[in-house]
Ligand binder design. Sequence first.
Ligand code: SF4
Length: 363
Amino acid sequence: MNFEIDALFIEDAVRSSELAQRLVARLNSKVPVSYVMDGRQAARPLPVDDAFVAGKRRLVVMNRRSRFLSPCPAAGAGLACCGYLVLVLASNCPMNCSYCFLQEYVADNPGLQIYANYAQAFEELERLLRTNSARHFRIGTGELADSLAFDRVTGLSVDLVEFFRRHERLTLELKTKTDEIDNLLRMDPLGRVLVSWTLSPSRVYRSSEHGTAAPQARIDAACRVREAGYRVGFHLDPIIAYPQAETEYRELLSMLFDALAPGEISFLSVGGLRMTPGLRAIARRRFPNDPMLVGEEVLSPDGRYRACYPMRLRLYRSLAAHIQAKAPGLTHYLCMETPAVVARALGTAPPSPAVLGERLATA
Ligand code: SF4
């Protein structure tokens, strides 16, 4: 996949960084390069109709001012948590999913930021290991950006795999909706890197996941990295409660299990569509014809709109039964739901974040 960029901005402080030099060398020479004092200014919204989309075409290489490593947003929000840690190496994404939370989250700074001082992230990870001497950790880079969308030009996966393969108690999770795996195929991750794909039925892909790889292309890419020695996982997230959802998510799972044996999959996460009122308003304004955005939802106690509880429960239970029948033993968990909802949907209380985190980091 080749995402187009209109302009490259490089913060003065990182002008001679390896990342900046790589980008200048690898981007098409027609992409104009500007050097700026403060990358945060270059990432601000342009005064155009869709500043969010315009931001997706402006790449800003800069220093990150805050920590790289943080707990997943579910931790501390009263939701069942999988103990996942987030490593923020970039912000925003060249694809354009209608339900994407970044539409609201980075509305004030939609430029595609990539942080050149990521060696500090490795220091943070080494500190984490020193202060937690027995645990394994699963660390993901796909929270505020797609992990692989620009890998062809940034080459970040090469540095990441090189770091993680040296650290036995860390598992890197690269999360993507692309099939951008060429760099990965050239390395041996020594079993310490997991690549995960978000999967949706074709109907959702066509209506709502603009610029992403088709579901079958994602599964094919997963098969290829699996053969190259990577672990693979999948996220059915967001599950959208549209009229044909139960049948089509089951068909999607069957397509996945036709390609990969359950024993070849590290885990499957499932999470229903949730939107803050602000995100819902932005998404409906930007994608007025998307049938996936017009469902009847109710405001949950956590302030997010979700499909009503009985409908969500029915979908979760139906998928859990299908997974149990087709892939018994496959680790499957619910994401961004309360422990009470998880218990009712799966028939058992969720494990603690430490227990589930350890299981997923080593699966
Ligand atoms: S691929 Fe992920 S990060 Fe990118 S637009 Fe879609 S939901 Fe957002």
